[in-house]
Design a protein around this ligand. Structure first.
Ligand code: PHB
Length: 390
């Protein structure tokens, strides 16, 4: 009886002094993963969370003697919510890294918090060129729209598509896509008779597509964020745009692997440029796709998943290299200049810009083994973000 009360007392004293929790805290490495898990961008959240969990299942949750803890928060893709969640994660949870960020406005909203708190911020999805310039603590593992768009501005006019109308979501990445595709097309002797912008929230593509039909260009270049591609494809086909001789081209966000297989045979032949296809034929990607599918009821990883998976690798490798020393600055320094093979091909985190350098592939939708895929037919190697050159 006496003995038991002594033990209880000792334990209570330790807890009161905070010795045990403090020790535990020091040995935990926290990643605050902020994603849209509901709402219009929910597929992005689902893909990235699944990829982050797959990375941890494959690589364990102990790195440099620390227990890695993933704290997932749903920002519903509203930037005010993203900002509040980031603040709470930094102040209350004392996270070591902020990560995720499904759309550009969410990433932009958190950039000042990363700077003030010296917390590395790994952007796994958002893709406007200027994001990495919003804070010196931002590192990107997704892609940029200028990176993806320029390749198509070279390909289109060489393949008989000289008059091209652009149709983009009216915010950062769409405006980047429109500008860089157009500039490259003009440089190659093409023309852009009209540039159309549709609202990001609840877009109705019908009136815009009608306008495109009237102009009757050789092709329509489209950027819409991941998750909105199927709606564009459906309305494009319903209006018989393809039958009217207008080719659909765009960045790979339109033929998103998350939705592609449900788009139907009307999608066959659509040419896009992007940094990742589920069908990428490397051994590493085949294993990634198989493992991802096994862990997620057969779901295909899309380009968002690969951004999340590689983002986790960047964090793990930085923690290993810095041995958990040096706080946010030590971790950030160890993220810069990383180079490794990803399921998408070789990637590099440019130490100067903290942005990703990667291959951009030209792909055509084909039916293979009974399913629709983005089949790569050309590659431009080691593409830096063209948005940074000016
Ligand atoms: C973005 O908001 O930066 C964004 C979102 C989805 C994409 C591409 C860019 O597919």
């Amino acid at each position: 009886m006496k003995r038991r009360s002594f033990t209880t007392l000792a334990l209570a004293a330790t807890v009161a002094l905070g010795a045990q929790p403090a020790l535990a805290q020091d040995n935990v490495f926290k990643i605050g993963l902020i994603l849209p898990m509901t709402g219009q961008q929910a597929t992005t959240g689902r893909q990235i969370e699944a990829a982050a969990r797959l990375w941890m299942a494959q690589n364990g949750d102990t790195v440099a003697g620390k227990k890695v803890q993933l704290i997932v928060k749903d920002d519903t893709s509203l930037p005010d919510v993203t900002r509040r969640l980031a603040q709470e994660l930094v102040v209350n949870d004392k996270v070591n890294v902020l990560a995720g960020f499904g759309i550009t406005p969410s990433a932009m909203a958190v950039a000042p918090i990363a700077t003030q708190s010296k917390t590395p911020m790994v952007v796994m999805a958002a893709a406007t060129s200027s994001i990495t310039e919003a804070s010196p603590y931002i590192v990107r593992t997704s892609f940029t729209l200028p990176q993806a768009s320029v390749a198509l501005g070279d390909w289109a006019p060489k393949n008989g598509l000289k008059r091209v109308v652009t149709l983009v979501s009216d915010y950062g990445p769409g405006i980047d896509a429109e500008r860089f595709f157009r500039e490259r097309l003009l440089l190659n002797g093409g023309q852009v008779p009209e540039s159309l912008r549709v609202p990001l929230r609840n877009p109705d593509f019908a009136p815009f597509l009608q306008k495109v039909r009237d102009i009757k260009p050789d092709a329509l270049f489209v950027f819409v964020p991941s998750g909105a591609g199927a709606a564009v494809m459906k309305q494009f086909l319903e209006r018989g745009m393809d039958k009217a001789g207008i080719k659909l081209i765009g960045t790979g966000d339109v033929t998103d692997d998350d939705q592609l297989n449900d788009m139907g045979d009307g999608a066959i032949g659509v040419v896009t440029s992007h940094h990742y296809s589920t069908y990428h034929p490397s051994a590493m990607n085949k294993k990634f796709v198989a493992d991802f599918g096994k862990a997620n009821k057969g779901m295909r990883p899309n380009f968002m998943a690969v951004g999340g998976y590689d983002g986790m690798r960047v964090i793990y490798d930085a923690l290993k290299a810095s041995k958990g020393q040096g706080g946010g600055d030590g971790l950030l320094a160890a993220m810069k200049g990383q180079i490794f093979e990803s399921p998408r091909g070789k990637i590099f985190i440019d130490a100067q810009t903290r942005d990703i350098v990667q291959n951009i592939y030209l792909r055509r939708v084909e039916r293979k083994e009974g399913q629709l895929w983005n089949v790569e037919f050309d590659v431009i190697k080691d593409v830096k973000d063209p948005g940074k050159a000016r």
